[in-house]
Design a binder for this molecule. Structure first.
Ligand SMILES: [Fe+2]
Ligand SMILES: [Fe+2]
Length: 340
């Protein structure tokens, strides 16, 4: 069924998105990095052109030996998520009013969308090369999963609506920031400082992108609070779908939920984090203090204000058990019982 008929982007919404285009243009220099000053994946990888490249590569691989299978699985899942970037750029370009009409449009929204994509492109690139060079994971299986994921696509149920879209990205950028940062902490704990630094750089980009999307949405809240709060509540009711939920290694259609369980187990991304993100966004957009709204919008406001508490209670009840095999790790098994 085509859900486009259920949610209709109004002409007023399009006017709002158009009216903040100038503001977006003014902010671009602080929201995106200057390319010439930006980090690149090769800054964090062994220099294969150096005379002592073998030594450098050996050092690099030795450091990665410290990583546990749990950390590797989560890093692989995060990398695969990043590598499905073509899907996300396509999605971003479908949002009404934000579309890059020519592919090289000078409009602020189009410049944002290409700038965001080009920064994100470094994430999958760096993590992919990192993992390949460690020699610790089955790269063919990982690549097959990326191939399937891009092939399967992703439907976050944002219906090409820019309000729903920017709520989604505000949430998702914060979620990826948390996830990369936590993998970095675990890497450091294991003694792999280099991966800690890599994850920190990526998390820094995610933090800047989170700031951008929150800012776009703040502007929308200023101009159209009644509809903005409805959009926020709508996304929370349908729950934030993870961008890589349709991943498949060709053998196991449940590989995404297995990866999510490992992330939950080692504390990289948990139900508690989900609750924390809701709370942060409710505070950011000052939902409690919204005035002048009534009817469905006032109900949405009330729903949102109590929501993170509900997820926190749910988080207390999460329990995982059993063990799972991962093709990414040559079928090695990971116990899912939490570490005590
Ligand atoms: Fe990313
Ligand atoms: Fe991101």
């Amino acid at each position: 069924m085509d859900r486009q008929n259920e949610i209709h982007v109004t002409s007023h919404q399009l006017e709002v998105v158009k009216s903040i285009e100038g503001f977006v243009g003014e902010q671009l220099n602080s929201l995106l990095m200057n390319v010439d000053e930006s980090w690149q994946p090769s800054d964090f990888l062994p220099d294969m052109n150096a005379d002592n490249w073998v030594e450098r590569l050996t050092d690099f691989r030795q450091r990665a030996v410290a990583l546990s299978d749990e950390v590797l699985v989560v890093l692989v899942g995060d990398m695969i998520t990043e590598e499905a970037l073509p899907t996300y750029q396509t999605w971003l370009n479908r949002l009404h009013g934000v579309t890059d009409q020519t592919g090289a449009s000078p409009s602020p929204w189009a410049r944002w969308s290409r700038g965001w994509t080009s920064e994100e492109n470094r994430h999958g690139d760096l993590l992919n090369k990192y993992l390949y060079l460690t020699g610790r994971v089955d790269m063919r299986s990982v690549e097959t999963t990326i191939h399937h994921l891009i092939n399967n696509g992703f439907d976050p149920q944002t219906e090409n609506d820019p309000y729903l879209g920017f709520v989604y990205t505000s949430f998702q950028e914060r979620a990826t920031k948390i996830s990369h940062r936590n993998v970095g902490v675990l890497a450091k704990r294991a003694g792999e400082d280099h991966l800690h630094k890599i994850c920190g750089m990526i998390a820094g980009d995610e933090a800047r992108h989170e700031k951008a999307y929150k800012l776009f949405m703040t502007k929308i809240f200023e101009l159209d609070p009644a509809k903005a709060v409805l959009a926020f509540a709508h996304m929370m009711k349908s729950k934030i779908a993870m961008p890589a939920m349709l991943m498949d290694d060709g053998r196991d259609k449940k590989i995404f939920s297995k990866f999510s369980l490992v992330a939950q187990k080692i504390g990289v991304y948990t139900t508690k984090d989900y609750a924390e993100i809701i709370e942060a966004l409710v505070n950011e957009w000052k939902i409690e203090g919204l005035t002048g709204i009534s009817g469905a919008s006032a109900k949405a406001q009330e729903y949102l204000c109590g929501l993170s508490e509900r997820y926190l209670k749910l988080a207390e009840r999460v329990s995982i058990s059993g063990a799972e095999k991962f093709s990414w790790l040559y079928d090695r098994e990971i116990a899912l019982a939490p570490v005590v």
